[in-house]
Design a protein around this ligand. Structure first.
Ligand code: PXP
Length: 251
């Protein structure tokens, strides 16, 4: 347990997914809805500590114009998820968000399926990490809780990791859920021993959050799908406030 409040980064990608379902190629139309910037403002009003968005190479949800418009919201702490490519690095160096989270990307996946293989591409991730850090951007690597990946994150000089909670979320309420949670726990402990800041995300919802909150040394959770889905019933402001209330229970 930590004395600091656990932060909530709200991933707003799926507000853009809904817009793109009708307005692909016309997201700048005055008729395009939902308004992703207004949605973001409401998420902030609900207590989001940061806004996370993933500018995918295939631009399937968030568009470049969304990133620029959201980055211009006064006081927003923007965490840009992106692939570890020269094109995305150039984009980030121009934008200078507060944080970048490097994620793996393949066009066929429905969402980000696995962690970044940092150990398997040390040079590439190290160069990208150094370039982003030199521009004053906080760099996080989205990885599984395996020791070689955590040690590789240390080796490339990343100050932050985001542990991929997807395997645990998929296993939730199954016989292997406890084992997945323990894998995450071991990952949190190891990363903390190495001096890394530990975030977590993927598949976290209003139910499995209670297990996630038992993990040690967490700094920030990034949650998207479940909050946006809940917002269909409550509005995004209420959905974020409800998740924040869960996080406050950790203190
Ligand atoms: N963190 C990262 C790095 C992700 O890629 C995603 C999915 O875009 C999330 C968090 C949020 O996952 P979910 O939408 O399942 O809450």
């Amino acid at each position: 347990m930590s004395s600091r409040p656990l932060l909530l980064g709200v991933n707003i990608d799926h507000a853009a997914t809904l817009r793109q379902a009708r307005y692909r190629g016309a997201h700048l139309s005055p008729h395009a809805e939902p308004d992703v910037v207004a949605f973001t403002r409401e998420a902030l009003a609900g207590g989001a500590d940061g806004i996370t968005l993933h500018l995918r190479e295939d631009r399937r949800h968030i568009q470049d114009a969304d990133v620029h418009a959201i980055a211009a919201i006064p006081g927003v702490r923007l965490n840009l998820e992106m692939a570890c490519t020269p094109a995305m690095t150039a984009f980030a160096l121009q934008l200078k968000p507060a944080a970048v989270c490097l994620v793996p990307e393949s066009r066929e996946e429905v969402t980000t399926e696995g962690g970044l293989d940092v150990a398997g591409q040390l040079t590439r991730v190290r160069e990208t990490t150094h370039a982003l850090k030199a521009a004053g951007i906080e760099v996080s690597l989205f990885i599984g809780p395996e020791a070689p990946q955590i040690e590789a994150a240390v080796a490339v000089g990343a100050p932050v990791i985001e542990l991929h909670t997807g395997a645990f979320a998929n296993a939730w309420k199954s016989p292997v859920a406890d084992a997945e949670l323990e894998r995450l726990r071991a990952g949190c402990e190891l990363a903390h021993r190495h001096g890394l800041i530990v975030n977590a995300g993927h598949g976290i919802n209003y139910d499995n959050i209670r297990a996630i909150l038992t993990l040690p040394h967490l700094h920030e959770l990034n949650i998207g799908h479940s909050i946006v889905a809940h917002a269909l019933f409550t509005g995004i402001r209420g959905a974020v406030a409800e998740m924040k209330a869960h996080l406050a229970k950790q203190a």
